[in-house]
Design a protein around this ligand. Structure first.
Ligand SMILES: Nc1ncnc2c1ncn2[C@@H]1O[C@H](COP(=O)(O)OP(=O)(O)OP(=O)(O)O)[C@@H](O)[C@H]1O
Ligand SMILES: [Mg+2]
Length: 460
């Protein structure tokens, strides 16, 4: 697979995110360094640990967005977690090690998809064969009727008769196979045995039992009776299930687990959002005790420790952590010193202004303007938002952000939603119409709200 260079990563991110060049560069370098490390000789490779990143920036400027896009871009197990979700060991809630378990799950999914692709053609062939078995009995029944009539006419001996019969079956199967391959039987109904797992997966993670060393869940899956039910379904649906079953049979589970654990260890990326929410001035009472505790629990995970998972133990020292936070109230220096040191790269994301908003509205591949116009187009209502309307919107967003709360690009969502409220409501009755929204329309609809500070506090 082609490994992206930093430049390519930044370019790919540019398609969706406006500006924030420093942050894009930092993550691109970090990702590329994973690849570079893989090229090193074994003994050196061990010592090269990733340089973790903290992205600092006000709310709504693209921190999470960068992580989201990055995840889609690279072939690496990736999880995005909120630091606020975790609690100190011993408290009720998720312990930080569970993020490593999530990472391994992501890795398993990734590898399993790859393996499935690898065995796809073989699995498909096997599945089609099984489909033939399921389709045949009915046809063979017809065939027997025919053969009894043949017997009365021909009067050949039983051995020959049997030979004839099997030859005939072969031909019927062949014909059916051709039809199946031509896609003529897709809507035929077959009955298929489907296994249903009865283990309530979620209960375990909610009870905090997931951190037990013993793989309880697997044990349960083995003990519980598998409920296999016969279900009637169309050939095309049955094929999907059969391909999956056959693929799973072809894949070596042990090897898959091993590969997945290794991939998670070597290339895993954990995006740790809302890091600022777990730090704050030290205090000895209230929830802070737990926050400090979470930080303390994070230390070994970030530094490198071994976490038990249901797929085996996972070493974490080469997992890349990208943390993000607004750090409005607290500063990175409010983190425990040990934790600060483990995030050596800091990048700041810039506050967004008028010009950025114009670009955010227009440039990204799936820009907000495009999203809204396409949504309304599904109703047959053509909406054209002019360039000066976009300028006006950006200006308003900037102004409201300055006068009330600065919520970054999210302000564009609230403004656009308000602006398009009427067309959104009655688009279904306006098929075939077209609507041009210009700056005057924007001012007409939004000026009254945006100029009144109290009003905008509530509405926008
Ligand atoms: N630079 C940008 N370019 C394009 N879209 C952006 C940009 N910044 C933010 N957005 C849009 O604004 C919304 C919020 O952005 P995002 O979720 O990245 O905020 P954040 O920085 O993670 O904020 P928070 O600190 O509140 O989590 C998203 O829908 C995103 O598409
Ligand atoms: Mg965010």
């Amino acid at each position: 697979m082609h490994e992206l260079t930093p430049k390519e990563i930044v370019e790919a991110l540019d398609r969706h995110i406006v500006g924030q060049h420093d942050a894009k560069r930092a993550v691109a370098i970090a990702i590329r360094n994973r690849w570079r490390r893989q090229q090193l000789p074994e003994e050196l490779r061990k010592d090269v640990t990733p340089k973790n990143i903290i992205m600092i920036g006000p709310t709504g400027v693209g921190k999470t967005e960068i992580a989201r896009r990055l995840a889609a871009l690279v072939r690496a197990p990736f999880v995005k977690v909120e630091a606020t979700k975790y609690t100190e060991v011993g408290y009720h809630g998720r312990d930080v090690e569970s993020m490593i378990r999530d990472l391994v799950e992501a890795s398993i999914r990734l590898i399993r998809d790859e393996e499935r692709k690898r065995v796809e053609t073989v699995a498909l062939e096997k599945a089609n064969n099984r489909l033939l078995d399921l389709l045949l009995p009915r046809n063979q029944a017809e065939e027997t009727e025919e053969s009894t009539s043949v017997e009365t006419v021909g009067g050949t001996n039983p051995a020959e008769q049997q030979l004839l019969q099997s030859e005939r079956n072969r031909r019927v199967r062949q014909k059916l196979k051709e039809k199946l391959e031509a896609g003529e039987l897709e809507d035929r109904i077959v009955s298929l045995k489907v296994e249903q797992k009865l283990v309530p997966v979620q209960i375990f993670s909610n009870m905090g039992m997931e951190n037990m060393d013993v793989d309880l869940q697997n044990m349960f899956e083995k003990i519980m009776p598998k409920d296999s039910k016969s279900r009637e379904m169309k050939v095309k649906d049955a094929r999907r299930i059969l391909v999956e079953q056959e693929a799973d049979n072809l894949i070596d589970k042990e090897a898959l687990n091993e590969k997945a654990v290794q991939l998670a260890e070597e290339s895993g990326i954990i995006f740790l959002d809302e890091l600022d929410k777990i730090c704050g001035p030290q205090s000895s009472s209230g929830p802070d005790v737990s926050r400090q505790g979470v930080q303390r629990d994070l230390l070994p995970v970030v530094e490198g420790t071994t976490v038990q998972t249901r797929y085996g133990s996972v070493r974490t020292e080469h997992v890349l952590f990208i943390a993000a936070g607004a750090f409005h109230v607290s500063k990175p220096s409010d983190l425990m010193p040990e934790l600060q040191g483990r995030f050596p790269i800091r990048v700041e994301l810039a506050d967004l202004g008028r010009e950025d908003f114009v670009r955010i509205l227009k440039e990204p591949k799936h820009s907000l303007i495009r999203q809204y116009t396409e949504l309304l187009a599904t109703e047959g209502l053509r909406v054209d938002i002019t360039a000066d309307a976009i300028e006006a919107l950006a200006e308003l967003a900037h102004r409201v952000n300055r006068t009330t709360q600065n919520i970054g690009a999210r302000r564009l969502h609230t403004l656009l939603e308000k602006l398009l409220e009427q067309p959104s409501f009655d688009a279904s009755e306006r098929k075939g119409e077209s609507l041009t929204l210009d700056a005057a329309y924007v001012h007409d609809h939004l000026d009254k709200i945006t100029s009144d500070e109290d009003l905008s506090r509530f509405i926008l």
